[in-house]
Design a binder for this molecule. Structure first.
Ligand SMILES: [Zn+2]
Ligand SMILES: [Zn+2]
Length: 159
């Protein structure tokens, strides 16, 4: 089967358009998180997360960073637009090597198909996605899931 081709860079930003970003490398993993933090921070049922290399993401505009400690006692940095407070990315404070980009902030997220969903225990019951593997947060292996996602993902390339 031919894999879909998606052009890089991938573009996106906040809802007021003061902050814009371009992603210049292929995403590494797309997954859904149903944890309470993701529900609270998104104001929705879950977050559809696109893992990327921090170095691949170039962001312009009035970005603010706030840090909070998760229920699992790790500090997470959220990048939000200082104007409209729209959340764009999250990463563990100890490392900016990898960043989780909110799929909804992409101009076109039609390629973003999750390979796994985690924290399903706290999911809003109807929001559990049929046919998407459920992974316990303690067993969530980014490296393994990333390899599996990349194997079926579109081919990302600069034109
Ligand atoms: Zn904004
Ligand atoms: Zn979460």
């Amino acid at each position: 089967m031919d894999r879909t081709k998606v052009d890089l860079p991938l573009l996106g930003g906040c809802v007021c358009r003061a902050v814009r970003y371009s992603l210049n490398g292929a995403p590494l993993l797309v997954y859904v998180c149903h944890c309470h933090d993701c529900q609270s921070v998104s104001g929705s049922a879950y977050i559809l997360s696109v893992m990327v290399r921090g170095a691949d993401l170039a962001m312009t505009g009035p970005v603010e960073i706030f840090t909070r400690r998760t229920r699992r006692a790790r500090d997470v940095q959220y990048r939000v637009c200082a104007e409209c407070r729209c959340g764009l990315t999250a990463n563990y404070a100890e490392s900016t090597d990898f960043t989780s980009l909110r799929a909804g902030s992409l101009d076109d997220a039609s390629w973003a198909v999750p390979i796994a969903q985690t924290s399903v225990a706290s999911a809003i019951p109807w929001a559990v996605i049929p046919g998407v593997e459920q992974v316990d947060p303690k067993a969530f292996d980014y490296r393994k899931l990333s390899a599996a996602w990349v194997a079926t993902a579109p081919v990302f390339a600069h034109r």
